[in-house]
Design a protein. Structure first.
Length: 154
């Protein structure tokens, strides 16, 4: 999943890490011939890459960044009380992640954007929603679930 570079910092070894809009970090080393990123060597080069995109493999695997804190838990929804926006297609705001927790039954989960993907969620297979990703949930019969919303601590 392509994510925008919003900043940079150095890790403990002095290697540069791109801070991505999804709140993950990704090393951006210049190690020719395998990785050719000469722009990492200077502040001017790094600044020129702000706002450009990198593929975030953590987002591809729907891994929540470890630095997040839960800010809210929704009410419990059933197949008849779940909000229409979750069925028709919903996108979380920038910097917000969600965990889908199914207590009973099952949900179909379609990731509509940026890639079309279908998943199955039940009590033994919770799932996550990444920022800037359009998703749709569909009950697979009777279901009871809620969402947990996460963001960076204030």
């Amino acid at each position: 999943m392509d994510r925008l570079i919003s900043g940079f910092h150095q890790d403990e070894q002095g290697d540069w890490v791109a801070e991505l809009s999804c709140l993950h970090g990704q090393h951006v080393r210049h190690r020719p011939p395998f990785t050719n990123r000469p722009w990492t060597s200077s502040e001017e080069g790094r600044n020129s890459m702000l706002g450009s995109s990198l593929n975030c493999v953590c987002c591809d695997r729907l891994e929540m960044p470890g630095s997040l804190s839960m800010i809210k838990q929704t009410m419990h929804f059933t197949e008849s009380t779940m909000p229409k926006y979750l069925i028709q297609g919903h996108m979380l705001e920038k910097g917000c992640w969600a965990k889908i927790v199914v207590l009973e039954g099952a949900l179909g989960y379609s990731r509509l954007s940026p890639a079309n993907e279908k998943r199955h969620i039940d009590s033994s297979h919770p799932d996550t929603i990444a920022p800037n990703q359009v998703i749709s949930l569909k009950p697979e019969g009777p279901v009871l679930f809620y969402l947990e919303l996460y963001t960076l601590p204030v």
